[in-house]
Write a protein that binds this ligand. Structure first.
Ligand SMILES: Nc1ncnc2c1ncn2[C@@H]1O[C@H](COP(=O)(O)OP(=O)(O)OP(=O)(O)O)[C@@H](O)[C@H]1O
Ligand SMILES: [Mg+2]
Length: 501
C-alpha cells in the first residue's frame, strides 16, 4: 500500500531533500570522493619511481663491474669473471638476478643464454659505454634490465658486445607498496577527521540560520514588528530585509482592516439602534394607523441597514481583489452606462430630476463589467441624491483616441474644493449635505477606478452650480491586423518575380 501522505505531497519530499546543510556537505564531500582515488593513483606512480631508483643504480653498478672484466683484444672479447663475482650476481634473498655477456650476432660469452632476446636498437643515438634500462618479461616474471655496449674503434656492429644484468622486481614492489601504505594509511584517519571537522564547522556556520528561525518561532502570533538585523550575517540581511518589508505591508493591511471593522461596526450600530427604538415604540403603540407608520419606518430602517451591509461587502470584496481577479474584458462603456442610466430613470422621475445621457458612439475599454456598473451606480446615486427637485443630471461618455471619459454632472448642492478630496475616504460625509448615507459610495468608486488603473475625481461644476464626477479610462485598441490581401490575387503574382530568375 502506498503512503497517502507521500503521494499527496510531492513537494514535501523535495523540500526535505533540500536541506542547506546536506547540500553544502554533499558539495564538499563528493569532490573528495573523486579526488581520493586520483591521489592513490598518483601516490602509486611516484612510489614506484622512488622505489626503482636505488635498485636501478645497483643494476647499473653490476653492469659497470662486469664491463670492467671484459677486454677487447684485436676485436675479440676476452672475459675473466671471477667465481666470487658470479656468486654476488646471483645472491639475493628476494629477487633473482640474471646476467649475460653476448655479442650482437648472438655468440654467448657468459651468463644466462635464454634471457629475453632484445631487439636492441643500435642506431645513431646508441652510445657504447652508456648504461641503458629496460623492462621485460622472463619466465612469467617482471624483469628490470640494465645493459651497455662495448666496442672498439673500427669494430663492425655485429661484433659489439652487449653486457646485461636483469633482476626480478619483487623488492621494488615491496618498497613501493610500503611507500603507498605509509601515505594512504594515515588518510584513513585524516579523512574521517576532516569530515567530522567539516560537519562541525558547517553546523557552527549555519548557527545564525537556526538562531533566526528560533527568533521567528518565538514571536507572538500577532507580532508584526521588524526582525532586528543587528546579529544577522551579511548574506542573510537581504532576506531579513525583504521579510521585514513584507511584515510592514502586513502590518499596514491589518491596521487598515482593524480600522475598517471598527468603522463598520460603528456605522452598523446607528441604524440598529434606530430600529430598536422604532420597534419599542411600535410595541407600545395602540393606534393602528400610528402602528403602521412605525412599521413603515422599521422597513425603511431595515432597507438602509441592508444597503450599508451591501456596500461594506462590495468594498471588502473589491479591496480584496476578489472581484477584480475575474478577468477584465473588452466592453463598450457607453453601452454599459446607458443601461445603468435606464435603470435610474424612474427614480429620477420620482424626484422630478431631468436625467440625461450623452455619448459620441462606442467607447471601448477593458474592464470588469460588474465593478464598472457598481461605479456608475454610486456616481448616479450621489448625483440624484445631492440634487434638489427640478434639477438636472447628465451622464456623459466621451471617447478619445487614447482615453474614455465617464462624467456625471449635476446642478445640485455642489462640492467645495476643501471637501473634494476628503469625500473619497471611507465613511466621510459632508455634514451639511442633509441627506442620508454612510459615506462609502465614493470610497467604492475610487477602489474600482484604481482596479482599472485610474482615479476618480469630484469637482465643483464650472457652471457655478452642482458638481462633476469624472473617471478617465485608457481606451482599448484593437491589435494591429495583417495587411489586407488585394482583391485580385493575380496582382500578387504580378508583383513577385518569376521563379528561377
Ligand atoms: N454629486 C455630489 N454633489 C455633492 N456632494 C456630493 C456628491 N457626491 C458626493 N458628495 C458628497 O460626498 C460625500 C461622500 O459621498 P459617498 O457617496 O461616499 O457617501 P454618501 O453618499 O454620503 O453615502 P453612501 O455610502 O450611501 O453613498 C457625500 O456625503 C456628499 O456630501
Ligand atoms: Mg453616495
Amino acid at each position: 500500500m502506498s503512503d497517502p501522505k507521500a503521494s499527496n505531497s510531492p513537494l514535501a519530499t523535495s523540500e526535505t531533500e533540500r536541506s542547506l546543510f546536506g547540500e553544502i556537505l554533499d558539495w564538499m564531500l563528493a569532490p573528495l570522493l573523486f579526488v581520493w582515488p586520483l591521489s592513490i593513483a598518483f601516490t602509486h606512480y611516484f612510489a614506484n619511481n622512488v622505489a626503482n631508483y636505488p635498485y636501478d643504480q645497483a643494476l647499473r653498478e653490476h653492469v659497470a663491474a662486469i664491463a670492467r672484466q671484459v677486454k677487447l683484444v684485436n676485436g675479440k672479447p676476452l672475459l675473466s669473471l671471477p667465481a666470487s663475482a658470479r656468486a654476488l650476481l646471483r645472491a639475493d634473498e628476494t629477487d633473482s638476478v640474471y646476467f649475460r655477456v653476448i655479442t650482437m650476432d648472438g655468440k654467448l660469452l657468459a651468463g644466462d643464454k635464454d634471457l629475453p632476446q632484445i631487439a636492441l636498437p643500435v642506431d645513431g643515438d646508441t652510445v657504447p659505454g652508456e648504461i641503458y634500462l629496460r623492462d621485460a618479461d622472463y619466465k612469467g616474471q617482471d624483469l628490470r634490465l640494465a645493459y651497455t655496449y662495448l666496442t672498439e674503434a673500427g669494430m663492425p656492429k655485429t661484433q659489439w658486445v652487449i653486457i646485461e644484468v636483469g633482476e626480478t622486481t619483487e623488492k621494488r614492489s615491496q618498497l613501493a607498496n610500503k611507500i603507498v601504505a605509509s601515505v594512504i594509511l594515515p588518510q584513513f584517519i585524516i579523512i574521517p577527521l576532516a569530515v567530522m571537522l567539516v560537519w562541525f564547522g558547517l553546523s557552527r556556520g549555519l548557527r545564525p540560520l537556526t538562531r533566526l528561525r528560533k527568533t521567528i518561532d518565538a514571536r507572538q502570533p500577532d507580532d508584526l514588528s521588524p526582525i532586528a538585523t543587528r546579529r544577522v550575517p551579511e548574506e542573510l540581511e537581504p532576506l531579513v530585509e525583504a521579510f521585514n518589508e513584507m511584515l510592514a505591508r502586513m502590518q499596514r493591511n491589518v491596521e487598515a482592516q482593524q480600522r475598517f471593522v471598527a468603522d463598520a461596526a460603528h456605522q452598523m450600530r446607528t441604524p440598529l439602534t434606530g430600529l430598536k427604538t422604532q420597534a419599542q415604540f411600535a410595541i407600545r403603540e395602540t393606534d393602528p394607523e400610528a402602528l403602521r407608520h412605525a412599521l413603515r419606518q422599521i422597513a425603511t430602517g431595515v432597507d438602509r441597514a441592508g444597503r450599508l451591509v451591501n456596500q461594506l461587502l462590495t468594498l471588502a470584496r473589491t479591496e480584496g481583489g476578489e472581484l477584480a481577479q475575474r478577468r477584465h474584458e473588452v466592453l463598450d462603456l457607453a453601452d454599459l452606462m446607458r443601461d445603468v442610466v435606464t435603470d435610474w430613470v424612474m427614480i429620477a422621475i420620482e424626484k422630478n430630476i431631468d436625467l440625461g445621457f450623452e455619448s459620441s458612439g462606442p467607447a471601448m475599454i477593458t474592464g470588469n463589467p460588474f465593478l464598472l456598473r457598481e461605479l456608475a451606480k454610486n456616481l448616479l446615486d450621489n448625483a440624484l441624491r445631492y440634487t434638489a427637485e427640478g434639477g438636472h443630471v447628465t451622464c456623459r461618455i466621451v471617447a478619445n483616441p487614447d482615453s474614455v471619459l465617464l462624467e456625471v454632472e449635476d446642478d445640485g448642492v455642489g462640492i467645495s474644493e476643501e471637501h473634494a478630496e476628503l469625500v473619497f475616504e471611507r465613511f466621510y460625509r459632508v455634514d451639511d449635505a442633509g441627506t442620508e448615507g454612510s459615506g462609502l459610495g465614493l470610497a467604492i468608486v475610487q477602489e474600482i477606478a484604481m482596479q482599472h488603473d485610474s482615479r476618480a475625481s469630484l469637482r465643483p461644476n464650472p457652471t457655478g452650480k452642482g458638481a462633476i464626477a469624472r473617471v478617465v479610462f485608457a481606451a482599448w485598441r484593437p491589435p494591429p491586423s495583417p495587411p489586407p490581401l488585394p482583391d485580385d490575387f493575380s496582382e500578387l503574382y504580378r508583383q513577385s518575380p518569376p521563379i528561377g530568375t
